[in-house]
Design a protein around this ligand. Structure first.
Ligand SMILES: [Zn+2]
Length: 158
């Protein structure tokens, strides 16, 4: 699965967990689920800018040490073991993560087949974005012209 999707999925779980170490660990675990779901792979030249943008936006929106960012980092950490393989320093069968390397069970990676489209991956990314965008405050969102009860009048000219 794309790093981009792993990052968003981990971040969404981090938003739910709201604890930095636990978010990182849940992000790592979510990587396994993401890899098992049916998905297509995409070249790093597409995935790298997307995941860089996602991590930057998560950092700016939630804070660089937020549970959301820790979940995203946990989500992409397992794929870092592809780097020595890609650089030719190691063989794929030396990879450690259960859904990588020589899969002992074919269903551990994309349920053993490559789907014809990206609907599962796109669905997971969109669902993760919805969790990340959800307003978790008890207060209903305000219309731009509304004010909360007891809030002071805005200064003239604002
Ligand atoms: Zn992976």
């Amino acid at each position: 699965m794309m790093l981009f999707t792993h990052a968003l999925f981990g971040a969404a779980l981090g938003r739910i967990v709201q604890n930095r170490p636990a978010s990182y660990l849940v992000g790592v675990a979510s990587h396994a689920l993401g890899d098992v779901l049916p998905h297509r792979e995409h070249p790093l030249k597409i995935d790298a800018p997307l995941v860089a943008a996602a991590l930057t936006l998560l950092g700016l929106r939630f804070g660089w040490a937020s549970p959301e960012c820790m979940g995203a980092l946990g989500g992409i950490t397992p794929d870092m073991e592809h780097l020595p393989t890609m650089l030719g320093w190691s063989e794929p069968d030396r990879e450690f993560f259960p859904t990588h390397g020589p899969y002992p069970e074919p269903w551990l990676h994309s349920m053993g087949h490559t789907p014809e489209d990206d609907r599962v991956q796109i669905g997971l990314a969109v669902a993760s974005l919805l969790v990340l965008c959800a307003n978790t405050s008890d207060e209903p969102p305000l219309h731009p012209n509304q004010r909360r009860e007891g809030a002071s009048e805005p200064a003239e000219g604002m």
